[in-house]
Design a protein around this ligand. Structure first.
Ligand SMILES: NC(=O)c1ccc[n+]([C@@H]2O[C@H](COP(=O)([O-])OP(=O)(O)OC[C@H]3O[C@@H](n4cnc5c(N)ncnc54)[C@H](OP(=O)(O)O)[C@@H]3O)[C@@H](O)[C@H]2O)c1
Length: 253
């Protein structure tokens, strides 16, 4: 995720200074080569006057992260489920914002959720280079929608895999099967894009390709009788539950 964010920010500004730290020097050196950043070998060497500091490690690494930010430093955290209250206790007198990015950010097509209690409009504009930024009204919203945008790409890839498994068993060449699936997803997203512009709902879109007693109708009926809607709803609720658990685990660590 750190790489995706660095690539996005670099595409916003080719001259902005990007200081990169990772406990593994080779990782920050490799990233620096990709994004044209400056490697910081130890946290003590990190400049103390950066406009923003971005934390992109795993929530579980927060305990081991030791750095004293100057008062009023602005920090952006992408740590899933770690709230501003917990981060403020760890980094007192700083200003903390949260971002829930997703991996399409690396190709400037992310759906990123942002929340801060202070005016961050300039930074939000810069984060636009990652795709779209949706400013949340509360941390609760951000935590809930993490299941959709943060976890979403993996769920979609899993869904696509089920298409591929079927297509690959149809006798066509595997590469062709893959291309059929990719193009089906790509074309459907394009149709969704067009439908959104024209105020056409997802139900209407689905119904446009479903004739009563037809082939697609049968497939949808099979999904219904196998409780597909419940299955997806359970997956989202499980992801949200895990976000809340993670929040408590980090709070009590
Ligand atoms: N992946 C997603 O789609 C996604 C979506 C939304 C939010 N997030 C959030 O993004 C964060 C990173 O996720 P990820 O999937 O990118 O994890 P990751 O691949 O494990 O990357 C985390 C990186 O942080 C480094 N690191 C560990 N301790 C550090 C420290 N003390 N200081 C600086 N760097 C440190 C790790 O180095 P080592 O490998 O050497 O330990 C690793 O390179 C998580 O907090 C997650 O909640 C991820």
């Amino acid at each position: 995720m750190g790489e995706a964010l660095s690539l996005g920010l670099r595409s916003y500004s080719s001259s902005g200074e990007l200081y990169l730290y990772n406990p593994s020097l080779i990782k920050s050196q490799n990233l620096a080569k990709k994004v044209g950043g400056i490697v910081v070998e130890s946290l003590e060497a990190m400049p103390t006057d950066c406009d923003w500091y971005i934390l992109t490690f795993k929530p579980q690494s927060l305990l081991d992260f030791k750095y004293t930010f100057l008062a009023n430093s602005k920090i952006l955290s992408v740590l899933a489920g770690v709230d501003i209250e917990t981060l403020s206790q760890k980094f007192p007198n700083t200003q903390i914002a949260r971002l829930m990015p997703n991996t399409p950010s690396r190709i400037s097509a992310g759906a990123n959720l942002f929340y801060s209690k202070f005016n961050s409009s300039d930074f939000v504009k810069m984060l636009g280079s990652l795709g779209k930024v949706f400013v949340m009204e509360s941390e609760e919203q951000l935590d809930k929608l993490t299941a959709v945008s943060g976890s979403g790409p993996a769920l979609i890839f899993e869904f696509a895999r089920s298409f591929y498994n079927f297509a690959d068993n149809s006798g066509v060449n595997s590469l062709v099967a893959k291309e059929i699936v990719y193009q089906t997803f790509f074309g459907s997203v394009k149709l969704m894009e067009e439908a959104m512009k024209n105020n056409i709902s997802l139900d209407e879109l689905r119904d446009q390709v479903t004739s009563k007693k037809g082939v697609t109708f049968e497939a949808l009926e099979s999904m219904k009788s196998n409780h597909f809607a419940k299955l997806m709803s359970d997956a989202f609720h499980s992801a949200h539950k895990r976000t809340l658990e993670l929040k408590e685990e980090i709070k009590n660590a």
